[in-house]
Design a protein. Structure first.
Length: 311
């Protein structure tokens, strides 16, 4: 009987205002995915929760496709595969659902084939699929991450613990937004003064997130991407304005349309009430200190041999 592997992957919020394609924050909303090779020459995906009845259930599902392609890269041809998904991460809302699927697929492939790919190898493969490293880095490493590309397009990342008095609150609308459409709204060039503005705010954001939350409101200002995408999610931008008017640091999560408020303990209730009154789903959520986690049930060795690892 084939090895059975289960992973949990966190939601992620990218950009956090000024840190476009660089900053990522892992959140304790997790998808749980289990996979095993089968002998029936079929690729099947069963989905419970977010995306059920909407996402494909065959080899075109992003997790299944990632497993198949990664296994091939690791030297294994997949003929039969069963994938079980218990999804909690909202789809198409700017919370890293595609990054979670990619990371899940890569880690599952790595363990199913005994390739045991390194963290760096997984990051390179994930970035190649996703096209930008911010969400996948946070999903792999957990906590607050900064990701960047070297001159040869190699992805790199570093993870840092978030200040204990920072409590994210999400505002999730019913509408979805295609990430590729959102990225297409950003111009190829911006004025030097705006670039300098975002550089300063990005540096301040690091200080605010790990050392002094008092700077969060200023640190989450942005002139690089949110103003150009505002027409794609006007309600989200209106809600951000309402939150920022009362001193709550709020910005678009990833490509949107979800908003993320980075509150301190005394702001959580106020932020939640403003979001709910506006008509969005209010979701206070903890920072996920751990990224992807893995459980391995190796039936070839023992029916009860359970190994738990963190990547």
């Amino acid at each position: 009987m084939s090895r059975k592997v289960s992973v949990s992957v966190p939601a992620t919020s990218a950009n956090l205002g000024p840190g476009y394609d660089a900053f990522g924050l892992a959140l304790e909303i997790r998808d749980f995915v289990t996979a095993t090779f089968t002998d029936d020459n079929q690729i099947t995906v069963n989905i419970v929760g977010q995306g059920a009845g909407e996402l494909p259930t065959d080899e075109t599902h992003l997790i299944a496709k990632t497993i198949i392609d990664a296994c091939k890269a690791f030297g294994t041809q997949v003929t039969g595969l069963q994938v079980e998904c218990k999804n909690a991460i909202p789809q198409g809302r700017g919370l890293g659902s595609s990054a979670a699927a990619i990371v899940a697929g890569l880690v599952l492939a790595s363990e199913l084939t005994y390739a045991r790919a390194s963290e760096d190898e997984l990051l390179q493969m994930a970035n190649a699929i996703e096209g930008h490293p911010d969400n996948v880095a946070a999903c792999l490493l957990g906590a607050l991450t900064i990701a960047w590309l070297e001159s040869d397009n190699k992805a790199n990342s570093v993870s840092m613990n978030v200040h204990e008095d920072i409590f994210p609150v999400l505002g999730i609308p019913q509408t979805q937004l295609d990430t590729h459409k959102a990225r297409g709204l950003i111009p190829e060039t911006i004025p030097h003064v705006d670039a300098a503005f975002n550089v300063g705010r990005s540096a301040l954001l690091v200080a605010a997130m790990i050392g002094n939350p008092d700077f969060l409101l200023e640190a989450t200002q942005d002139k690089l991407h949110q103003p150009f995408r505002a027409t794609a999610y006007p309600e989200s931008m209106e809600l951000i304005g309402l939150l920022r008017e009362v001193g709550i640091a709020a910005c678009i999560s990833g490509a949107g349309p979800t908003i993320i408020a980075l509150t301190t303990s005394d702001q959580v209730t106020q932020a939640s009430e403003i979001i709910a009154k506006f008509g969005f789903t209010s979701a206070p959520v903890a920072v996920a200190d751990l990224g992807v986690t893995t459980e391995i049930l190796d039936s070839e060795e023992s029916n009860s041999a359970l190994e738990t690892t963190e990547n």
